[in-house]
Ligand binder design. Sequence first.
Ligand SMILES: O=C(O)CCC(=O)C(=O)O
Ligand SMILES: [Fe+2]
Length: 244
Amino acid sequence: MNQQGSQARADSNLEIRTDLATNGYVHLKHVNLQQYQELARSLGSLRLQQDGKEIYDVKARPGYENRRYSGSCNEIGPHTEFPYFPTPPSYLGLFCVEPAHCNGGRTFLGDSITILDKMMDCERTRLQEISINFSSTVFSNGEDDPNGTHAVLSVSGQKPIVRFSHNFFAFGDTDARADAEFSPPASPFSKYPELVKINELFDQCRVAIKLERGECLIWDNHRMLHAREAYSDQNRWLKRVVIQ
Ligand SMILES: O=C(O)CCC(=O)C(=O)O
Ligand SMILES: [Fe+2]
């Protein structure tokens, strides 16, 4: 690579980091898989995902038809990724190999700074006290425990970490079955109105992004909640990175 090329790359990397810090996410167009991976690695180390690899295919596949999960075409409610980890990944990325050629399949992002701003002081305090034993019956990478008890909002570090899982709060599993009963009486949503409020505020403030081929999204997973709309095109194919 010549010096000019590397300078241009450094400039654009700085711009991306600034956008990430300001908006909580970046949506980039005209990137290839290698550029996406390089950018991801410049932000941190890539964590092994449920298939034991650094780059995970978000694509419908047999066995998950009945799950609100990345391996299905189903809707997934607002969540942050891997809330059960002692420290959830800092960033998440999605690169589009094949868009959904149908209605649906948009990725939604909602900023917890905006959401928490619309809540009352007592509700924000309560979120720091609500301790959830998050767990998944699907996730396994052979390294990390898919169980962990954490506050929904932790502010002990340099910047707050939000942990949220509509699937877990409504159905008791971060990768819940699609036919699970909604909000059984003992569910966190039934117990804690603050969680229901976050869910409603997410719907009001979210941005909707339909990824096209060669586009990627990278977002701050401690700050942004994400969700996915149901779709029918089985060929929709994204590549996800989890950056620590
Ligand atoms: O399919 C999507 O747009 C996102 C799915 C998701 O929640 C994830 O891969 O973490
Ligand atoms: Fe997700």
